[in-house]
Design a protein around this ligand. Structure first.
Ligand SMILES: Cc1ncc(C[n+]2csc(CCOP(=O)(O)OP(=O)(O)O)c2C)c(N)n1
Ligand SMILES: [Mg+2]
Length: 447
């Protein structure tokens, strides 16, 4: 062992152009006399000092903010480059999210869809970041990122098609649970329920972009994840991969305070998710996730760095999950109602941004009413249409499950279904009724 160490030390010191003679002749001298460590350029100190913070004196990492809670620009803050058209589009996109969310949440309660998740409270994080990206950047979401897809033009009919699993669902032809969107056209990779799987995948996507001469320097991979998902090993695997095999991968942590019922304070003992970035040598910023202009600036700059350096960047957006985790959750079992009511008012991302727009003369009350009316009508129309469309043809259940050739197990399952439908599908009432919901009524199996 010792011999190997000595050999490595000599190689290192030679590489750095430092004479090895003193080390070899005076092995007893304390290392601070040399300051040349085999695996680091670390300066030598004779003070025994432990540390546990990214910031000096144990201070918390600051949060970048542009607007105060009342929508006024903070002293000294620089506004992102934004014109009236972009500013209004961002507002409209934010306002539409709770309208869709409220409708589909209630639709789930009526039993018309199996599941739903809202983005209540996180509108600024989603829309501010979506606006900062290029629409052809590859997005890998967790599940609350419908707003990013809508920003890119996905449309209400596509939202309904996915949630109802009707035959217009291009995300997965009705195979996935509601909110598990995906779209090749809009560069949005399909959502998968197991937490954090998208994080190392994103480092791979970023690397693929870097290897593609047509996309290198033009696009990045963008991965959204919750602070709870960041407790998974996959988070660390993804960060390490993007750090050691450099790639333009933009990590966006949505720190909304909860992983279902577990508060963020129980997810980490350190300074949030941002504190982990420097550990991986990754440029990092913490931003007020309820301030859409701060998110816009921070993500634009993060993306610029990603492209310029071909390296990963981490953004931690501090926000609050106003809604329940999902339709399978009642959050008042683990947090006080009053806390939620308070957070709806304090730094409300939509109200705050509205005040900013009004102060610039870019928005007024009559436009507000007109906008909400229009969105509600459009969403309702898409909902009625979506719920009445049939499901995809039954045979689609087996197509596009995997890329490439269909594996033996799917073939076997399809044959089994065919045999069962031949036997019961034409006669047994519950199955006859069920088959009517599918385009083609399963005839491709029965006849
Ligand atoms: C590997 C894995 N473990 C547990 C779950 C169950 N689960 C679904 S969402 C969730 C909480 C995630 O919280 P966070 O990442 O903070 O995202 P948020 O819901 O707050 O947006 C958990 C534990 C899962 N889907 N996958
Ligand atoms: Mg969370």
């Amino acid at each position: 062992m010792f011999r190997i160490f000595r050999t490595n030390l000599q190689v290192q010191t030679l590489r750095r152009g430092v004479a090895t003679s003193s080390i070899q002749t005076n092995p007893q001298l304390p290392s601070h006399s040399y300051g040349h460590l085999p695996t680091s350029q670390s300066p030598i100190t004779s003070t025994l000092h432990f540390f546990n913070s990214v910031m000096p004196d144990g201070k918390q990492i600051p949060t970048y903010r542009v607007l105060n809670g009342d929508g006024q620009v903070l002293d000294g803050a620089e506004l992102p480059e934004i014109d009236e058209a972009l500013a209004r589009k961002m507002y409209e996109q934010m306002v539409q999210l709770p309208i869709i969310d409220n409708l589909l949440y209630n639709v789930q309660r009526q039993g018309k869809i199996s599941f739903y998740m809202t983005a209540h409270g996180e509108e600024a994080t989603l829309i501010g970041s979506a606006a900062a990206l290029n629409n052809s950047d590859e997005v890998l979401g967790q599940y609350r990122e419908m707003g990013v897809l809508l920003w890119r033009g996905f449309g209400y009919d596509s939202v309904m098609a996915q949630c109802f699993g009707n035959y217009e669902d291009t995300s997965s032809k009705g195979k996935q649970m509601p909110v598990h969107f995906g779209s090749r056209k809009y560069h949005f990779h399909p959502i998968s329920s197991p937490l954090a799987t998208q994080i190392p995948q994103a480092a791979g996507v970023g690397y693929a972009i870097k290897r593609d001469p047509l996309r290198r320097g033009k696009n990045c991979a963008v991965v959204y994840f919750g602070e709870g998902a960041a407790s998974e090993g996959d988070f660390h695997a993804g960060m390490l991969l993007a750090s050691t095999v450099p790639s333009p991968t933009l990590f966006i942590a949505r720190n909304n305070g909860f992983a279902i019922s577990t508060p963020a304070s129980e997810q980490y003992h350190g300074d949030g998710i941002a504190a982990r970035g420097p550990g991986y040598g990754i440029d990092t910023v913490r931003v007020d996730g309820n301030d859409v202009l701060a998110v816009l600036s921070a993500v634009r700059e993060a993306r610029r760095r990603c492209l310029e350096q071909g390296r990963a960047v981490l953004v931690e957006a501090m926000t609050y999950r106003v809604g329940h985790h999902s339709t399978s959750d009642d959050s008042f079992a683990y947090r006080p109602r009053q806390e939620v009511e308070d957070r709806k008012r304090i730094d409300n991302p939509i109200a705050r941004y509205k005040k900013f727009l009004e102060s610039r003369g870019w928005w007024n009350e009559s436009e507000e009413e007109e906008l909400k009316d229009r969105i509600k009508k459009e969403v309702m129309k898409a909902f009625r249409r979506g719920e009445n469309l049939r499901r995809p043809e039954l045979k689609e259940m087996f197509s596009d499950v995997y890329g490439g050739e269909e594996p033996w197990n799917l073939k076997e399952q399809r044959e089994e279904l065919k045999a069962l439908l031949k036997k019961y599908g034409g006669d047994w009432e519950p199955w006859k009724k069920e088959l009517k919901k599918f385009k083609g009524e399963g005839k491709e199996f029965i006849e």
